[in-house]
Design a protein around this ligand. Sequence first.
Ligand code: GRG
Length: 296
Amino acid sequence: MDLKAYLEERRSLVNRALAAWLPAVRGPAFRVVQAMHYSLFAGGKRLRPILCLAAAEAVGGGQEEALPLACALEMIHTYSLIHDDLPAMDDDDLRRGQPTCHKQFDEATAILAGDGLLTEAFYTLAAAAPRFQGREAMLLEVQELLSEAAGYRGMVGGQMLDLMAEGRRITLKELEIVHRLKTGALLTAATRAGALAGGGSRRQVAALTAYGERFGLAFQITDDLLDVEGEAAEMGKAPGMDEKRQKATYPALLGLEASRQWAGHLVQEALAELEPFKERAAPLRELARYLLVRRS
Ligand code: GRG
């Protein structure tokens, strides 16, 4: 399959759905909605929504139910990036090749835009209920799993552990826990939510969750590798920041070659989970392979 064409088509599908779900920039508090729009549409690969749609497809489901979940995932992801870039956290000036939200607007507006996107994600799930008539229990399960993945049991907890690890030597095991929570939880939630929305069996949902876990960890390792080897123009942000901040990373703990091999091993494990899905999992297969060659 042509992954590039597939990604372009999915990205524009997701962008259209996001534009439809997001409130219009008007009203007395328009500035915060403007900042939400700014960060959401400042670029981005739309990886989490695309994974969600591809998982729904792998179990034979349609896109109609998976799309609002896909949009909610991207809203949560964009909120986390806005907050991660704030001076109190990573203090970054550039994201997705554009000024970060607090640089374009101001710090208070960026905090509120993040809060607004996080809340809007759960509003979107609730407002999508009419698409799930007779399947409300599944929608509740998705809400529970997204809350778990985004909150202190997942991404927020991982971010806290990451901040607490600054300036301290941590073990590979500790690093894996940080990344499973900080980055992996939302990526895993994407495939699990897609499999549920698509009507997958328990066995299929478990396999696509296991795929998402391997994908999430491999994604983080390749993110660390890109920070060492990537080009600013392709990444939309400055490389070399991990070393500058003395962050614990896979290349720092394992070395470049062993990190590459570990990512390759995880991708093989992810691919093994897809075997029973045959051709319907072709996009998920290509997405996993893409991790090993991605440049942004
Ligand atoms: C502030 C609660 C809170 C959490 C922040 C996700 C995160 C947690 C921080 C981002 C820091 C970072 C660069 C992590 C590495 C992996 C990652 C999430 C990269 C960005 O995701 P992409 O590559 O970004 O999917 P795009 O812009 O393509 O959507």
